[in-house]
Ligand binder design. Structure first.
Ligand SMILES: Nc1ncnc2c1ncn2[C@@H]1O[C@H](COP(=O)(O)OP(=O)(O)OP(=O)(O)O)[C@@H](O)[C@H]1O
Length: 730
């Protein structure tokens, strides 16, 4: 059934039969995006199919979000032509950005990031978009390379308003800005602290992180599990362009990034001010700098397919039982996810124990894992040779030939048509800030996040020959640049006609950092996306309790105790108190943790009802867990130290030096403790290994001893017998 939802502009109808969905060109947490043809005019457009079943937001919120996209009128912001509901999906019709996102582009051809002059252009265009949105009262809340879209002329547009919020919201909607939303690596420190409130400056932080992402090919901390990223964002000094490999970047670029990545949000510049920074003064127009990046690349849908396959392959490789990595990531998973809470002090304490950040090494690692098509030694901004585009590329680009149209046939006739709720576009731009709201404060249900919506029935997928054999990204890595284009082709060809089941598996892959990656890496980097300000379990009483959700690598914590009637200054949200309490529970889906917002018995927490942002009852199980872990660790260290003492005594005995090093108080954690702990643990493993060997030797010696004893008694028995026999005979 279709319902009256959206509006029509520029003569786009709200009749799904007028649209022919072609290839999938992207997907996010809640939506799949298709290249499509608007049949009445043969125009190529993009249709974003938002699965409403996966969004429990009320239709009104979604409608307003879609309307905002329709009202947008800026060269650098993706606008929607119209939107309407088809069965359980909201279709948003928008311009097709033929080159996809900057993230796609980096993943496929620029794994080490772009050159500075390219970055300057992309960032400048993005900043213009941000300045426009902020001026109209919107916080985007999900600025990242994955949401910066490019068309074939190099035009840069900011997309994805799935989680944005209106700064002028009042009342109930205010809650959406007391919800922390976003993709971990890009999230500002203040956004991570529920109830602390944040404003448009959060976008400036994400903008700074995006600058680093474009410079390196990935966001800082992206190799870490999401929870650790959150800890590091709160605990560590802000990331920057400070490493050796960053020497190639100009002082003004470094300075611009540093200005954005200031932890104190009040000290960050506005988008308007930042635009005046010297770094952007000489930025070339996108037609000159960005367009050149796009030469000789295969069409977007083939790139997307290849990336999906790569992710699926990586996931498969990761699933192999390779001992240590597995153990480490499991450990991190337990530390980071199952032991998660949002008490900042506790986070800091945990961070001080777990931080072992080696950016240089980590990023290198990340590069290797991400680099499918490019030679790693390749110069940072040089592009992989992906020149072997499929022959049908030109036919699939731009306007569509009649042959192609006939191949795709006419409408599927599946969708039930609703009357378009036309927005004639006459509304003033300024209405944006007053009437339209991006993002939702509603809580979504907890759908199966891993499963992305299957293609609509009328999606056309070009069939290809299948070859057997697994996709081995590592093998691809070792090939020369000239081979890469062919490898790309092969990789796509080998895996093309993906059976329905396989297809859904591919989509379930962490994808460019999806939910399945969650336990292992933060690499939300990828095509991951922000957490919807929605989606957790919620109590009937909406005025209490926190809702926390981790969805597809995106996090959302809502402090819902704000007084909905309270008015706040237009540009900042004050800290809200949280009086609700809730035990942690894990949803059935991997990587999703929800706070059950059901009230806890009062006697569970002495701090219950205090003005603490996180109720104590919420922390108790976790604190107990930490206490237990710490105790175990202490015991381990004590035992180890005693063993070492003994070893020292023995060693000393050998050398004539019997002096034993005094033991330090192992309960105290000093900065060198983690290193010492690591060394000690190493020693423990060695000792354990030695002990196991010795035990084995002892056992075999005992066995030998037993056998010898048996032989002896047997022989003595025989001897006795024969002597008795001799006696009898004599
Ligand atoms: N107009 C477009 N033209 C071409 N590709 C697009 C377009 N819009 C989106 N995409 C691609 O689809 C991907 C997903 O789109 P989008 O980010 O809007 O979905 P989403 O579900 O809201 O994502 P997210 O999980 O980031 O919130 C984008 O990263 C981009 O690669």
């Amino acid at each position: 059934m279709m319902r009256k939802m959206g509006s029509v502009r520029k003569n786009f109808s709200a009749n799904p039969g007028d649209y022919k969905l072609l290839e999938e060109v992207g997907y996010g947490a809640s939506a799949t995006v298709f290249r499509a043809i608007y049949l009445p005019t043969n125009e190529v457009i993009a249709v974003k199919c938002l699965d409403l079943d996966r969004c429990n937001s009320n239709l009104d919120d979604i409608r307003k979000e879609a309307q905002t996209m329709i009202l947008i009128d800026h060269l650098n912001v993706i606008k929607a032509f119209c939107s309407f509901v088809v069965e359980q999906c909201l279709w948003v019709v928008m311009p097709f950005m033929a080159e996809g996102s900057c993230l796609h582009l980096m993943k496929i051809a620029y794994p080490d990031g772009f050159e500075e002059f390219v970055i300057a252009t992309i960032l400048k265009e993005t900043l213009k978009a941000l300045e426009y949105l902020h001026r109209h009262g919107h916080i985007h809340r999900d600025i990242k390379a994955g949401n910066i879209l490019l068309d074939s002329d190099g035009i840069v547009k900011l997309g994805d308003f799935g989680v944005s919020a209106c700064m002028f919201d009042k009342g109930d909607r205010q809650r959406s800005r007391n919800t922390f939303v976003g993709t971990p690596c890009w999230m500002a420190p203040e956004v991570l602290q529920p109830g602390s409130g944040y404003d448009f400056k959060a976008d400036i932080w994400s903008f700074g992180i995006t600058a680093l992402e474009l410079a390196h090919g990935h966001a800082p901390f992206s190799k870490y599990p999401p929870m650790k990223v959150l800890l590091m964002t709160i605990q560590n000094a802000p990331p920057g362009l400070d490493y050796d490999r960053d020497k190639k970047f100009s002082k003004s670029f470094k300075e611009m990034v540093a200005m954005c990545l200031v932890k104190d949000q009040t000290k960050r510049p506005t988008a308007e001010k930042l635009l005046k920074h010297s770094f952007f003064k000489h930025a070339k127009p996108p037609e000159l700098s960005v367009k050149n990046l796009l030469k000789d690349l295969p069409p977007l849908w083939d790139r997307v397919k290849a990336l999906q396959l790569k992710d699926a392959a990586q996931l498969a490789l990761k699933k192999m039982p390779s001992a240590e990595q597995e153990a480490i990531s499991q450990n991190e998973y337990k530390r980071g996810v199952s032991a998660w809470n949002f008490d900042v002090e506790d986070l800091k304490a945990q961070a001080s124990l777990v931080l072992d950040y080696d950016d240089e090494q980590g990023l290198k690692e990340e590069d290797e894992s991400m680099d499918l098509f490019s030679n790693h030694k390749h110069a940072s901004s040089s592009k992989s040779n992906l020149a072997n585009s499929p022959p049908n590329r030109s036919a699939l680009r731009g306007s569509v030939s009649s042959a192609e149209l006939s191949r795709y046939g006419s409408s599927n006739g599946k969708g039930v048509i609703v009357e378009p709720n036309c927005n004639n576009g006459s509304q003033e731009k300024s209405d944006l800030c007053e009437k339209e709201v991006l993002g939702s404060d509603s809580v979504l249900s907890t759908p199966d996040k891993g499963v992305l919506q299957g293609p609509p029935q009328n999606q056309t997928v070009t069939g290809r020959q299948t070859r057997s054999g697994p996709l081995m990204p590592n093998a691809v890595l070792s090939h020369s640049q000239s081979e890469r284009g062919r490898l790309y082709e092969r990789c796509v060809a080998e895996n093309q006609p993906v059976p329905e089941k396989g297809k859904s598996n591919v989509r379930r892959a962490p994808s460019f950092s999806g939910p399945l990656m969650l336990p292992n890496r933060a690499s939300a980097n990828s095509l991951s996306a922000p957490i919807w300000p929605s989606g957790g379990f919620r109590d009937e009483d909406k005025s209490k309790g926190n809702v926390v959700q981790i969805k597809k690598g995106r996090f959302s914590v809502t402090s819902e105790s704000l007084d909905p009637g309270k008015d706040f200054p237009s540009c900042t949200v004050p800290r809200g108190s949280s009086t609700g309490s809730s035990p942690l529970r894990k949803s059935a889906s991997v990587g999703e943790w929800l706070f059950d917002a059901r009230p806890m018995p009062n006697n569970l927490s002495p701090k219950e009802g205090s003005n603490n942002a996180v109720p104590t009852s919420l922390l108790m199980p976790h604190l107990q867990n930490i206490l237990q872990q710490t105790t175990i660790q202490q015991d381990l260290i004590t035992n180890l130290l005693s063993t070492l003492q003994l070893t020292d005594v023995v060693d000393g005995g050998h050398t004539g030096n019997t002096q034993v090093q005094p033991l330090e108080n192992n309960a105290a954690v000093d900065p060198a403790a983690s290193e010492r702990e690591r060394l000690l643990l190493l020693k423990v493993s060695e000792l354990q290994a030695r002990m196991i060997t010795l035990t084995d030797e002892l056992t075999s010696e005992k066995l030998k001893h037993l056998q010898l004893k048996q032989q002896l008694s047997y022989m003595s028995g025989r001897e006795e017998g024969s002597s008795r026999k001799g006696e009898r005979e004599s």
